[in-house]
Design a binder for this molecule. Structure first.
Ligand code: ADP
Ligand code: MG
Length: 409
Protein backbone atom coordinates (compact mmCIF):
# COMPACT_ATOMS: atom_id res chain seq x y z
CA UNK A 1 0.00 0.00 0.00
CA UNK A 2 1.32 3.40 -1.01
CA UNK A 3 0.28 5.69 1.85
CA UNK A 4 0.35 9.45 2.27
CA UNK A 5 -0.47 11.20 5.54
CA UNK A 6 -1.83 14.73 5.12
CA UNK A 7 -2.03 17.10 8.09
CA UNK A 8 -4.22 20.19 7.93
CA UNK A 9 -3.70 23.04 10.39
CA UNK A 10 -6.50 24.95 12.08
CA UNK A 11 -6.92 27.58 9.39
CA UNK A 12 -7.04 24.95 6.62
CA UNK A 13 -10.21 23.25 7.94
CA UNK A 14 -12.05 26.22 9.44
CA UNK A 15 -14.46 27.08 6.60
CA UNK A 16 -16.47 25.14 4.00
CA UNK A 17 -14.37 26.80 1.31
CA UNK A 18 -11.12 25.60 2.87
CA UNK A 19 -12.50 22.10 3.44
CA UNK A 20 -13.40 21.94 -0.26
CA UNK A 21 -9.69 22.37 -0.99
CA UNK A 22 -8.93 19.47 1.35
CA UNK A 23 -11.41 17.32 -0.57
CA UNK A 24 -9.61 18.24 -3.79
CA UNK A 25 -6.23 17.29 -2.32
CA UNK A 26 -7.55 13.99 -1.01
CA UNK A 27 -9.23 13.10 -4.35
CA UNK A 28 -6.05 13.92 -6.22
CA UNK A 29 -3.96 11.67 -3.98
CA UNK A 30 -6.51 8.85 -4.27
CA UNK A 31 -6.43 9.21 -8.06
CA UNK A 32 -2.62 9.05 -7.93
CA UNK A 33 -2.95 5.65 -6.29
CA UNK A 34 -2.29 6.65 -2.69
CA UNK A 35 -4.21 5.49 0.37
CA UNK A 36 -4.80 8.70 2.30
CA UNK A 37 -4.81 9.28 6.07
CA UNK A 38 -5.66 12.73 7.41
CA UNK A 39 -4.69 14.45 10.63
CA UNK A 40 -6.53 17.64 11.54
CA UNK A 41 -6.11 20.42 14.09
CA UNK A 42 -8.93 22.25 15.85
CA UNK A 43 -10.86 24.61 13.60
CA UNK A 44 -9.77 28.24 13.57
CA UNK A 45 -7.52 30.33 15.71
CA UNK A 46 -7.77 31.85 19.15
CA UNK A 47 -11.19 33.27 19.93
CA UNK A 48 -13.10 31.20 17.40
CA UNK A 49 -15.78 28.88 18.82
CA UNK A 50 -14.10 25.49 18.43
CA UNK A 51 -10.47 26.62 18.79
CA UNK A 52 -8.53 24.91 21.58
CA UNK A 53 -8.12 28.09 23.66
CA UNK A 54 -11.84 28.79 23.52
CA UNK A 55 -12.68 25.30 24.78
CA UNK A 56 -10.17 25.60 27.59
CA UNK A 57 -11.65 28.90 28.71
CA UNK A 58 -15.09 27.34 28.81
CA UNK A 59 -13.95 25.28 31.79
CA UNK A 60 -11.60 27.89 33.30
CA UNK A 61 -14.33 30.54 33.32
CA UNK A 62 -16.29 28.32 35.69
CA UNK A 63 -13.36 27.78 38.00
CA UNK A 64 -9.70 28.63 37.57
CA UNK A 65 -8.72 25.58 39.62
CA UNK A 66 -9.76 23.06 36.94
CA UNK A 67 -7.24 20.21 36.84
CA UNK A 68 -4.90 19.51 33.95
CA UNK A 69 -6.75 16.24 33.52
CA UNK A 70 -10.10 17.93 32.90
CA UNK A 71 -8.47 20.56 30.71
CA UNK A 72 -6.96 17.84 28.55
CA UNK A 73 -10.35 16.24 28.17
CA UNK A 74 -11.97 19.44 26.95
CA UNK A 75 -8.98 20.48 24.82
CA UNK A 76 -8.99 17.16 22.98
CA UNK A 77 -12.54 17.95 21.77
CA UNK A 78 -11.44 20.66 19.32
CA UNK A 79 -9.59 18.19 17.11
CA UNK A 80 -12.33 15.59 17.48
CA UNK A 81 -14.93 18.10 16.27
CA UNK A 82 -12.66 18.97 13.37
CA UNK A 83 -12.16 15.28 12.46
CA UNK A 84 -15.89 14.54 12.46
CA UNK A 85 -16.69 17.63 10.39
CA UNK A 86 -13.94 16.81 7.89
CA UNK A 87 -15.04 13.17 7.62
CA UNK A 88 -18.59 14.42 6.99
CA UNK A 89 -17.35 16.80 4.28
CA UNK A 90 -15.52 13.92 2.59
CA UNK A 91 -18.58 11.67 2.96
CA UNK A 92 -20.73 14.32 1.31
CA UNK A 93 -18.38 14.27 -1.66
CA UNK A 94 -18.63 10.51 -1.99
CA UNK A 95 -15.33 9.70 -0.27
CA UNK A 96 -15.68 7.04 2.41
CA UNK A 97 -14.12 8.48 5.58
CA UNK A 98 -13.97 7.61 9.28
CA UNK A 99 -13.24 10.13 12.03
CA UNK A 100 -10.98 8.78 14.79
CA UNK A 101 -9.86 10.23 18.09
CA UNK A 102 -6.16 9.95 18.84
CA UNK A 103 -6.93 6.98 21.11
CA UNK A 104 -8.83 5.21 18.34
CA UNK A 105 -5.96 5.87 15.95
CA UNK A 106 -3.71 3.92 18.34
CA UNK A 107 -1.60 6.71 19.80
CA UNK A 108 -0.37 5.72 23.25
CA UNK A 109 0.93 8.57 25.40
CA UNK A 110 3.00 8.81 28.57
CA UNK A 111 0.35 10.29 30.86
CA UNK A 112 1.77 13.82 31.00
CA UNK A 113 -1.31 16.01 30.81
CA UNK A 114 -0.90 18.99 28.52
CA UNK A 115 2.46 17.97 27.13
CA UNK A 116 2.30 14.24 26.55
CA UNK A 117 4.74 12.36 24.39
CA UNK A 118 3.75 9.40 22.30
CA UNK A 119 5.37 6.21 23.56
CA UNK A 120 3.83 3.79 21.08
CA UNK A 121 1.58 3.74 18.06
CA UNK A 122 -0.63 0.79 17.16
CA UNK A 123 -2.35 1.75 13.96
CA UNK A 124 -4.33 -1.50 13.42
CA UNK A 125 -7.68 0.25 13.12
CA UNK A 126 -6.21 2.77 10.70
CA UNK A 127 -4.68 0.06 8.57
CA UNK A 128 -8.04 -1.70 8.34
CA UNK A 129 -9.67 1.51 7.17
CA UNK A 130 -6.89 2.16 4.66
CA UNK A 131 -7.14 -1.38 3.33
CA UNK A 132 -10.79 -0.67 2.44
CA UNK A 133 -9.48 2.35 0.55
CA UNK A 134 -11.35 4.59 2.96
CA UNK A 135 -9.86 7.69 4.60
CA UNK A 136 -9.19 7.75 8.36
CA UNK A 137 -9.45 11.32 9.66
CA UNK A 138 -7.50 11.51 12.90
CA UNK A 139 -7.91 14.14 15.59
CA UNK A 140 -4.39 15.49 16.07
CA UNK A 141 -2.61 16.57 19.25
CA UNK A 142 -3.85 13.75 21.52
CA UNK A 143 -3.48 10.19 22.68
CA UNK A 144 -4.45 7.88 25.51
CA UNK A 145 -2.23 6.61 28.31
CA UNK A 146 -2.06 3.14 29.85
CA UNK A 147 -4.86 4.01 32.29
CA UNK A 148 -7.20 5.13 29.54
CA UNK A 149 -6.68 8.81 30.38
CA UNK A 150 -6.77 11.28 27.50
CA UNK A 151 -3.64 13.38 27.08
CA UNK A 152 -2.94 16.32 24.81
CA UNK A 153 0.48 16.90 23.34
CA UNK A 154 1.14 20.64 23.63
CA UNK A 155 2.08 23.09 20.91
CA UNK A 156 2.61 21.60 17.48
CA UNK A 157 1.01 18.35 18.64
CA UNK A 158 -0.83 17.75 15.39
CA UNK A 159 2.39 18.03 13.40
CA UNK A 160 3.86 15.38 15.68
CA UNK A 161 0.77 13.16 15.35
CA UNK A 162 1.10 13.26 11.56
CA UNK A 163 4.76 12.31 11.57
CA UNK A 164 4.28 9.51 14.11
CA UNK A 165 1.45 8.05 12.04
CA UNK A 166 3.59 8.46 8.92
CA UNK A 167 6.31 6.39 10.57
CA UNK A 168 3.92 3.77 11.99
CA UNK A 169 2.06 3.33 8.69
CA UNK A 170 5.32 3.39 6.72
CA UNK A 171 3.88 6.17 4.62
CA UNK A 172 5.77 7.29 1.55
CA UNK A 173 5.50 10.87 2.79
CA UNK A 174 3.82 13.15 5.26
CA UNK A 175 2.38 16.38 3.90
CA UNK A 176 1.89 19.25 6.35
CA UNK A 177 -0.62 21.73 4.94
CA UNK A 178 -0.62 25.19 6.47
CA UNK A 179 -1.27 28.84 5.62
CA UNK A 180 2.14 29.42 4.01
CA UNK A 181 3.50 27.88 0.81
CA UNK A 182 6.30 26.04 2.56
CA UNK A 183 9.16 26.70 4.92
CA UNK A 184 10.35 30.12 3.98
CA UNK A 185 13.69 31.89 4.14
CA UNK A 186 12.20 34.11 6.88
CA UNK A 187 8.83 34.51 8.56
CA UNK A 188 6.64 36.11 5.86
CA UNK A 189 4.81 38.05 8.57
CA UNK A 190 7.90 40.10 9.21
CA UNK A 191 9.55 39.98 5.78
CA UNK A 192 7.18 39.90 2.82
CA UNK A 193 9.83 39.02 0.24
CA UNK A 194 10.76 35.74 1.94
CA UNK A 195 10.69 32.86 -0.52
CA UNK A 196 9.89 29.19 -0.23
CA UNK A 197 12.88 26.91 0.44
CA UNK A 198 12.72 23.91 -1.90
CA UNK A 199 14.70 21.44 0.18
CA UNK A 200 16.00 21.63 3.71
CA UNK A 201 17.53 19.18 6.18
CA UNK A 202 15.84 17.93 9.34
CA UNK A 203 18.57 19.60 11.39
CA UNK A 204 18.06 22.98 9.77
CA UNK A 205 14.29 22.96 10.25
CA UNK A 206 14.72 21.93 13.89
CA UNK A 207 17.11 24.79 14.42
CA UNK A 208 14.83 27.31 12.66
CA UNK A 209 11.94 26.09 14.79
CA UNK A 210 13.95 26.30 18.04
CA UNK A 211 14.96 29.83 17.13
CA UNK A 212 11.37 30.93 16.75
CA UNK A 213 10.01 29.85 13.34
CA UNK A 214 6.79 28.17 14.32
CA UNK A 215 5.91 26.74 10.89
CA UNK A 216 6.48 23.15 12.04
CA UNK A 217 7.09 21.89 15.54
CA UNK A 218 10.69 20.80 16.29
CA UNK A 219 9.46 17.65 18.04
CA UNK A 220 7.71 16.58 14.84
CA UNK A 221 10.93 17.10 12.92
CA UNK A 222 12.92 15.09 15.46
CA UNK A 223 10.52 12.17 15.10
CA UNK A 224 10.75 12.46 11.31
CA UNK A 225 14.53 12.47 11.45
CA UNK A 226 14.70 9.44 13.73
CA UNK A 227 12.34 7.45 11.51
CA UNK A 228 13.54 8.82 8.20
CA UNK A 229 10.10 10.09 7.23
CA UNK A 230 9.99 12.46 4.26
CA UNK A 231 7.98 15.53 5.18
CA UNK A 232 6.64 18.11 2.74
CA UNK A 233 5.25 21.46 3.94
CA UNK A 234 2.81 23.21 1.62
CA UNK A 235 -0.29 25.36 1.24
CA UNK A 236 -3.58 23.78 0.15
CA UNK A 237 -4.35 26.97 -1.76
CA UNK A 238 -1.47 26.87 -4.19
CA UNK A 239 0.03 24.33 -6.54
CA UNK A 240 3.66 24.95 -5.66
CA UNK A 241 5.85 22.01 -4.66
CA UNK A 242 6.28 23.30 -1.10
CA UNK A 243 9.34 22.40 0.95
CA UNK A 244 10.81 18.92 1.20
CA UNK A 245 12.39 18.19 4.58
CA UNK A 246 14.86 15.38 4.30
CA UNK A 247 18.21 13.94 5.36
CA UNK A 248 21.38 15.86 4.63
CA UNK A 249 22.79 13.10 2.44
CA UNK A 250 19.86 13.43 0.03
CA UNK A 251 20.15 17.17 0.02
CA UNK A 252 23.79 17.10 -0.98
CA UNK A 253 23.00 15.06 -4.07
CA UNK A 254 20.76 17.85 -5.34
CA UNK A 255 22.04 20.47 -7.73
CA UNK A 256 20.24 23.43 -6.25
CA UNK A 257 23.45 25.04 -5.10
CA UNK A 258 26.11 26.21 -7.51
CA UNK A 259 28.85 25.76 -4.93
CA UNK A 260 27.55 22.45 -3.66
CA UNK A 261 26.48 24.02 -0.42
CA UNK A 262 24.78 27.17 0.68
CA UNK A 263 26.05 28.92 3.81
CA UNK A 264 22.68 30.05 5.10
CA UNK A 265 19.32 28.42 4.43
CA UNK A 266 16.96 30.56 6.47
CA UNK A 267 16.50 33.21 9.12
CA UNK A 268 14.42 32.89 12.27
CA UNK A 269 13.61 35.38 14.98
CA UNK A 270 12.31 35.61 18.53
CA UNK A 271 10.84 38.74 20.06
CA UNK A 272 10.14 39.75 23.64
CA UNK A 273 13.54 39.08 25.20
CA UNK A 274 15.16 40.88 28.10
CA UNK A 275 18.93 41.09 28.45
CA UNK A 276 20.54 41.13 31.88
CA UNK A 277 24.11 42.29 32.40
CA UNK A 278 25.83 41.68 35.70
CA UNK A 279 29.20 43.15 36.47
CA UNK A 280 31.22 41.94 39.48
CA UNK A 281 33.91 44.14 41.00
CA UNK A 282 36.00 41.01 41.55
CA UNK A 283 35.50 37.58 39.94
CA UNK A 284 33.26 35.59 42.31
CA UNK A 285 32.58 32.05 41.19
CA UNK A 286 30.43 31.18 44.19
CA UNK A 287 28.11 34.12 43.52
CA UNK A 288 28.01 33.29 39.84
CA UNK A 289 26.94 29.72 40.53
CA UNK A 290 24.28 30.93 42.97
CA UNK A 291 22.75 33.23 40.39
CA UNK A 292 22.39 30.53 37.76
CA UNK A 293 21.21 27.97 40.30
CA UNK A 294 18.43 30.23 41.58
CA UNK A 295 17.29 31.02 38.06
CA UNK A 296 17.32 27.32 37.23
CA UNK A 297 15.35 26.46 40.38
CA UNK A 298 12.73 29.00 39.31
CA UNK A 299 12.42 26.95 36.07
CA UNK A 300 13.41 29.93 33.99
CA UNK A 301 15.19 29.15 30.76
CA UNK A 302 18.21 31.25 29.97
CA UNK A 303 18.86 31.72 26.29
CA UNK A 304 21.91 33.56 25.01
CA UNK A 305 24.58 33.51 27.68
CA UNK A 306 28.08 34.98 27.82
CA UNK A 307 30.18 34.48 30.93
CA UNK A 308 33.47 36.26 31.58
CA UNK A 309 35.31 36.41 34.92
CA UNK A 310 33.68 39.75 35.84
CA UNK A 311 30.83 40.16 33.37
CA UNK A 312 27.86 37.86 32.82
CA UNK A 313 25.24 38.60 30.18
CA UNK A 314 22.16 36.51 29.50
CA UNK A 315 18.64 36.78 28.13
CA UNK A 316 15.28 35.54 29.35
CA UNK A 317 11.76 35.83 27.99
CA UNK A 318 9.97 39.02 28.94
CA UNK A 319 7.50 37.16 31.16
CA UNK A 320 10.38 36.11 33.43
CA UNK A 321 11.90 39.57 33.84
CA UNK A 322 10.49 40.41 37.26
CA UNK A 323 11.24 37.00 38.73
CA UNK A 324 14.89 37.30 37.66
CA UNK A 325 15.07 40.83 39.07
CA UNK A 326 13.72 39.52 42.36
CA UNK A 327 16.32 36.73 42.44
CA UNK A 328 19.17 39.15 41.75
CA UNK A 329 17.95 41.63 44.36
CA UNK A 330 17.66 38.87 46.95
CA UNK A 331 21.26 37.90 46.21
CA UNK A 332 22.24 41.54 46.46
CA UNK A 333 23.66 41.52 42.96
CA UNK A 334 23.60 44.74 40.97
CA UNK A 335 22.63 44.50 37.32
CA UNK A 336 21.61 46.42 34.23
CA UNK A 337 18.86 45.30 31.91
CA UNK A 338 17.65 46.00 28.43
CA UNK A 339 13.90 45.27 28.29
CA UNK A 340 13.19 45.35 24.54
CA UNK A 341 15.41 42.88 22.73
CA UNK A 342 14.90 40.49 19.86
CA UNK A 343 17.03 37.67 18.56
CA UNK A 344 17.72 37.07 14.91
CA UNK A 345 19.32 33.77 13.90
CA UNK A 346 20.82 32.64 10.60
CA UNK A 347 20.71 28.87 10.09
CA UNK A 348 22.43 26.65 7.56
CA UNK A 349 24.22 23.29 7.54
CA UNK A 350 26.56 24.84 5.01
CA UNK A 351 28.00 27.50 7.31
CA UNK A 352 29.98 24.79 9.06
CA UNK A 353 32.47 24.56 6.25
CA UNK A 354 32.45 28.14 4.97
CA UNK A 355 34.68 30.68 6.73
CA UNK A 356 33.69 34.29 7.20
CA UNK A 357 29.98 33.78 7.84
CA UNK A 358 30.14 35.67 11.14
CA UNK A 359 32.07 38.49 9.46
CA UNK A 360 29.35 38.80 6.86
CA UNK A 361 26.64 38.91 9.52
CA UNK A 362 28.47 41.62 11.46
CA UNK A 363 29.22 43.61 8.33
CA UNK A 364 25.60 43.49 7.14
CA UNK A 365 24.18 44.61 10.50
CA UNK A 366 26.77 47.35 11.05
CA UNK A 367 26.17 48.76 7.58
CA UNK A 368 22.59 49.43 8.69
CA UNK A 369 23.70 50.88 12.01
CA UNK A 370 22.22 47.94 13.93
CA UNK A 371 23.92 47.36 17.28
CA UNK A 372 24.74 43.76 18.21
CA UNK A 373 24.16 43.40 21.95
CA UNK A 374 25.23 39.78 22.30
CA UNK A 375 25.71 36.72 20.13
CA UNK A 376 25.67 32.97 20.33
CA UNK A 377 26.27 30.10 17.98
CA UNK A 378 26.02 26.38 17.45
CA UNK A 379 27.53 24.55 14.51
CA UNK A 380 24.72 25.47 12.12
CA UNK A 381 23.35 28.65 13.71
CA UNK A 382 24.54 32.16 14.52
CA UNK A 383 22.21 34.20 16.74
CA UNK A 384 22.42 37.91 17.38
CA UNK A 385 20.67 39.87 20.08
CA UNK A 386 19.52 43.27 18.84
CA UNK A 387 17.00 45.95 19.76
CA UNK A 388 13.46 44.87 19.00
CA UNK A 389 12.95 48.01 16.87
CA UNK A 390 15.79 46.89 14.58
CA UNK A 391 14.34 43.45 13.88
CA UNK A 392 12.59 43.98 10.49
CA UNK A 393 15.64 45.80 9.12
CA UNK A 394 18.00 43.11 10.45
CA UNK A 395 16.02 40.30 8.81
CA UNK A 396 15.97 42.19 5.52
CA UNK A 397 19.66 43.03 5.51
CA UNK A 398 20.73 39.47 6.40
CA UNK A 399 18.36 38.08 3.77
CA UNK A 400 19.98 40.37 1.18
CA UNK A 401 23.50 39.71 2.36
CA UNK A 402 23.16 35.93 2.08
CA UNK A 403 21.21 36.25 -1.18
CA UNK A 404 18.34 34.18 0.11
CA UNK A 405 16.05 35.50 -2.59
CA UNK A 406 18.15 33.69 -5.15
CA UNK A 407 16.40 30.41 -5.92
CA UNK A 408 19.56 28.63 -7.05
CA UNK A 409 21.34 28.86 -3.74
P1 ADP B 1 -0.90 25.61 11.50
O1 ADP B 1 -2.11 26.10 12.22
O2 ADP B 1 -1.19 25.22 10.09
O3 ADP B 1 -0.14 24.55 12.25
P2 ADP B 1 1.13 27.56 12.31
O4 ADP B 1 0.60 28.91 12.70
O5 ADP B 1 1.54 26.62 13.39
O6 ADP B 1 0.05 26.87 11.33
O7 ADP B 1 2.38 27.76 11.32
C1 ADP B 1 2.30 28.60 10.18
C2 ADP B 1 2.91 30.00 10.46
O8 ADP B 1 4.30 29.87 10.72
C3 ADP B 1 2.85 30.96 9.29
O9 ADP B 1 1.63 31.66 9.23
C4 ADP B 1 4.06 31.88 9.50
O10 ADP B 1 3.74 33.17 9.99
C5 ADP B 1 4.87 31.19 10.57
N1 ADP B 1 6.29 31.09 10.23
C6 ADP B 1 7.34 31.48 11.02
N2 ADP B 1 8.53 31.30 10.40
C7 ADP B 1 8.27 30.77 9.18
C8 ADP B 1 9.08 30.35 8.09
N3 ADP B 1 10.44 30.41 8.10
N4 ADP B 1 8.46 29.84 7.00
C9 ADP B 1 7.11 29.74 6.96
N5 ADP B 1 6.29 30.13 7.95
C10 ADP B 1 6.84 30.64 9.06
MG1 MG C 1 1.34 24.60 13.80
Amino acid sequence: MKIVVQKYGGTSVSTAEKRALVVQRVSKALQDGYRVALVVSAMGRQGEPYATDTLRLLALQEWDGVSLRELDLIMSCGEIISAVVMAATLGGEGINAFALSGAQAGLLTDGCYGEAEVVDCRPDKMLKILEQNAVPVVAGFQGVDGDGELNTMGRGGSDTTAVILGAALQAEKVEIYTDVSGIMTADPRIFKEARVIQQITYGEVCQLAYEGARVIHPRAVEVAMRNNVNVVVKNPEDDGPGTLITGEHILREGNFSTRGRRAVTGIAHTTGLVQFIIEFVEPDSKRELEIFQRIGEAEINIDLISVFPRIKAFTVKREHRFKVEEILKNLDVSYRLDPDCAKVSVVGVGMHGIPGVMARVVEALHAQGIKIKQSGDSNITISLLIGQEDLPQAVKTLHDSFQLNNNDK
